[in-house]
Write a protein that binds this ligand. Structure first.
Ligand code: CA
Length: 241
């Protein structure tokens, strides 16, 4: 039993280190409160001005990124992936994630808060966004389809956009639960950046916060299967011995 347990720990350790490669991450905690994200700590200088560093709410450390509702329209802030990291396209699964907190408000002027992935030609691969009015998570490229996932306002939700370039599908994950539906994406795509994304309507008064913004690549299923088979073979040999 002890041998079995130590093997399990070994497997977990190997799987953990091989499981995901972090391509970009930002917790906002080393950034100056009140400063804009544009041009800050690797954020693209073309990021929209309404995104800035806030210490009003956080999941990690003291800071998060905040976007106020004072400016209407679609807004983006992003870090470009490191050179070469964007060629992860085919046979890879890329997962973008962020903790997102959306403030509720009394009026009925909806806002959308989410994540938006692009290739190097600045064509959208897929985007996922939460409605402040309904909490419904929607998924799409040009048009958006509601998923079965519903976020609560005035609390942190972990939102993920999972882009599977093996199957050519993207799904949303909210607080660990995957959407029942998916959107078809090109298997030829490579991810150049995944943006913090917000759509504000004139007159809306609620703000949104983002923390633990991250993009990861996970090995293609074939590699995972080979790794699992290899570990199983090791386990069998140990058992025989
Ligand atoms: Ca933080």
């Amino acid at each position: 039993m002890k041998k079995f347990l130590s093997m399990a720990v070994l497997c977990a350790g190997i799987m953990g280190s091989a499981n995901a490669v972090v391509l970009m991450s930002e917790d906002f905690d080393a950034m100056t409160v009140g400063s804009p994200l544009a041009g800050n700590s690797g954020f693209d200088p073309f990021s929209d001005a309404p995104f800035y560093v806030s210490n009003l709410r956080s999941v990690s450390g003291a800071n998060s990124a905040r976007i106020d509702s004072s400016v209407a329209g679609s807004r983006w802030a992003w870090k470009n992936l490191a050179p070469g990291a964007g060629t992860i396209g085919p046979n890879r699964i890329v997962i973008a994630s962020a903790d997102i907190y959306i403030e509720s408000e009394e009026n009925a002027r909806d806002t959308l808060t989410g994540l938006d992935a692009y290739n190097s030609a600045v064509n959208r691969i897929a985007a996922v966004r939460i409605s402040r009015d309904t909490g419904v998570v929607s998924l799409g490229i040009g048009t958006f389809t509601a998923t079965n996932l519903v976020a609560l306002m005035d609390r942190w939700n972990k939102l993920e956009l999972v882009m599977n370039f093996n199957t050519g599908t993207a799904t949303a994950v909210l607080n660990g639960v995957a959407s029942a539906n998916s959107v078809t994406i090109s298997t030829a795509n490579a991810v150049a950046d995944v943006d913090l994304y917000a759509v504000r309507n004139t007159g809306a008064t609620s703000a949104s916060h983002y923390d633990n913004y991250m993009v990861q690549a996970v090995p293609e299923p074939a590699t995972m299967t080979a790794l699992a088979l290899g570990l199983a073979a090791i386990a069998r040999r140990r058992k025989v011995a």
